[in-house]
Design a binder for this molecule. Structure first.
Ligand code: SF4
Length: 487
C-alpha cells in the first residue's frame, strides 16, 4: 500500500428499533467492499457501531452461545409516529462518544461509506451521518446497502448522504472512488466472478467471534413477500473450493469456530454446490460449527444432504415454512394477482382437527391455499425433510422452523395450529414476524392492509409492531403463541 494512498472510512451504523439481537449478523457487503478497497491500495478503517467486542465497552452479555449475543443498548425516545406502541425503543450499539473518539483518532478520510440493512432501522443511519457531517463536514458520505436499495428516494431525501447507491455496487465502486479521490488503480477483480473477490475484511473488527459466509447471491424463487430477486436479480455462486478455502482461512488463521451461512439458496443444486462444499470441509478435517439463520429450502434437503450436514458440524438449522398465508384476505385487500383463485374462501378449524390428524394431513390442509405465495415446498416435503434431519442425528431443538406471521389479513389465532403441526413433525416452531418490503409482490396488499401509511415512511415497516394487522393487536396473544412455541 502506498503511504499517501487515500483513506476511506467505512461505517456500520447503529440500529434504532424496538428489538435487535446479534444472530451472527455482520455487514458482509460493506466488509467485502472494504476488502476490495484494500486490495486496490486504499487505506481503510472501520467503525462498527454494533461492535459487541469494543475494547472500551464492558458488556456482560457480549458472549452468547456459538458467538451470538445481545448488543449494548441505550433506551431513547420513540419516533413520534410510533408513540402508541407500548414498548421501549432503543439505540443498539456502542455509545456515541466511542464513535467520536474513533473518528478523531483515525486519519482523515477522503470518503466515508455507510451501509444499511433493514428499512425501518434508517434513523440509526441518519444519526451516524449527522455525526460524520458535524465532525468531517467536507468529506463526502456515500450510502449503500439494503435500505438504500429498497427505499432509494427516501434515502436520498432523508439521510443526508451525498450519494445513495442502489443495488450491488462493487462493479462501479472503484470508478466512483477514483472520481471522489483522484486516486487511480488497475482493477484486480472481476465483478462477474465471485471467486476473484477477496474475503470480506472481518479482520478489521475488534474480534472475530464468528464468520458469516455467503456462497453466492440470489435465489431462483420469487416468493411474494421477499425482495431477494430485486436485490440480487440472478443466482450467482462461488465455486465450492473457494468457499472451503475461506472457511479454512478464518478457522486456521483466526481460530474461528462458528460459521453462519447467509445464502438465500444454499441447498439449490446441491450436487454441485453444498455437497462438494461439505465434503471439502470433511476432507480437510475442519472442526467447525455451522449455522443457517436464513431459512433453508426444504425440497432439496435430501437424506444425503442431511447426513453431510450432521457430519460436517451443523448446529443450528432453520427451515422456511410459510404456512399461514390466507389467500382470501390478501385478494380482498387488492393484493397479489392469482391469490383469490387459490383460496378456499373460508377458514379451516385447524386446531379442532389437530388431535386426530397426522402431520401429513395437517400439512395438506395448510398447503391448500398457499401456492400463489410461494411454491418452494409442497405437502409431505416438510415432514420428509425433518425425518431426514432427525435420522441423520439432529434433535428437535436444532431444527428450527420459521412460521411467518403477521401477513396482510392474517389471523394470528390461526398460528396455534401451525405451531402444533411443526411440533408434530418433530421440529421446533419459531415465529418470524412479517416486515412489509417495498418492490415485493405483496407490497400493495401490505399497504392496503396496514393501519399505518406504509408508503409514507419506512419506520412503519417494523415487524415488531405487526404493521399489516388492521387493528392494534394483543401483546398477550403474541406472548401466548411465543410461549406455545417453547413448550
Ligand atoms: S425462497 Fe427464500 S430467498 Fe427465495 S424468494 Fe422465497 S423467501 Fe426469498
Amino acid at each position: 500500500m502506498e503511504k499517501d494512498s487515500p483513506h476511506v472510512l467505512v461505517i456500520n451504523p447503529w440500529i434504532y428499533a424496538f428489538a435487535a439481537y446479534d444472530f451472527w449478523a455482520k455487514p458482509i457487503g460493506l466488509l467485502a467492499i472494504a476488502s476490495i478497497l484494500r486490495l486496490h491500495g486504499y487505506q481503510v478503517s472501520y467503525i462498527d457501531c454494533l461492535d459487541r467486542y469494543h475494547p472500551d465497552v464492558s458488556h456482560p452479555e457480549k458472549a452468547g452461545r456459538f458467538g451470538k449475543g445481545h448488543y449494548l443498548k441505550t433506551q431513547i425516545p420513540k419516533p413520534e409516529k410510533l408513540y402508541d406502541v407500548p414498548r421501549n425503543y432503543s439505540r443498539y450499539g456502542i455509545p456515541e462518544s466511542l464513535v467520536r473518539k474513533t473518528i478523531n483518532n483515525s486519519p482523515k478520510p477522503k470518503v466515508v461509506l455507510v451501509t444499511s440493512l433493514m428499512t425501518y432501522w434508517y434513523p440509526g443511519i441518519v444519526a451516524v451521518i449527522e455525526l460524520v457531517r458535524e465532525m468531517l463536514p467536507e468529506v463526502p458520505v456515500v450510502l449503500g446497502g439494503i435500505y438504500a436499495s429498497l427505499c432509494y428516494d427516501h434515502a436520498v431525501q432523508h439521510t443526508g448522504a451525498d450519494m445513495v447507491l442502489s443495488g450491488q455496487c462493487e462493479a462501479g465502486l472503484l470508478e466512483l472512488l477514483e472520481n471522489l479521490t483522484e486516486y487511480t488503480c488497475t482493477c484486480r477483480f472481476s465483478a462477474d466472478e465471485l471467486d476473484t473477490y477477496p474475503y470480506p475484511a472481518f479482520d478489521l473488527q475488534s474480534a472475530i467471534p464468528y464468520v458469516p459466509i455467503l456462497t453466492g447471491h440470489g435465489c431462483p424463487f420469487r416468493c411474494a413477500y421477499c425482495a431477494s430477486w430485486f436485490l440480487s436479480p440472478e443466482l450467482r455462486r462461488r465455486s465450492p473450493q473457494h468457499v472451503v478455502e475461506e472457511i479454512a482461512y478464518w478457522h486456521e488463521k483466526y481460530s474461528v469456530l462458528d460459521f453462519a451461512f447467509y445464502d438465500d439458496a444454499l441447498l439449490i443444486d446441491a450436487d454441485r454446490h453444498i455437497i462438494p462444499i461439505l465434503e471439502g470441509v470433511l476432507t480437510q478435517g475442519l472442526e467447525v460449527r455451522f449455522h443457517t439463520p436464513n431459512a433453508l429450502h426444504i425440497r432439496p434437503l435430501s437424506r444425503e444432504v442431511a447426513r453431510l450436514m450432521f457430519r460436517s458440524g451443523f448446529k443450528t438449522i432453520r427451515l422456511g415454512l410459510e404456512l399461514q398465508q390466507r389467500a382470501h384476505s390478501t385478494s380482498r385487500s387488492g393484493g397479489t394477482a392469482g391469490l383469490a383463485s387459490e383460496s378456499k374462501n373460508g377458514k379451516l378449524s385447524y386446531s379442532r382437527r389437530f388431535p386426530a390428524a397426522s402431520c401429513r394431513e395437517l400439512q395438506t390442509a395448510f398447503f391448500d391455499g398457499r401456492k400463489a405465495m410461494d411454491n418452494k415446498v409442497g405437502p409431505g416435503e416438510f415432514e420428509q425433510a425433518v425425518d431426514y434431519l432427525r435420522k441423520a442425528g439432529f434433535k428437535n431443538e436444532a431444527i428450527g422452523t420459521y412460521l411467518l406471521c403477521g401477513l396482510p389479513g392474517h389471523d394470528l389465532a390461526e398460528l396455534e395450529a401451525s405451531i402444533k403441526m411443526v411440533k408434530a413433525c418433530g421440529a421446533r416452531p419459531i415465529l418470524a414476524q412479517y416486515s412489509p418490503i417495498p418492490h415485493t409482490a405483496l407490497w400493495s396488499a401490505a399497504v392496503s392492509a396496514s393501519r399505518y401509511d406504509l408508503d409514507s415512511d419506512p419506520i412503519f415497516h417494523n415487524n415488531s409492531i405487526f404493521p399489516c394487522q388492521k387493528e392494534p393487536f394483543s401483546w398477550e396473544q403474541i406472548s401466548y403463541l411465543k410461549k406455545l412455541t417453547r413448550e
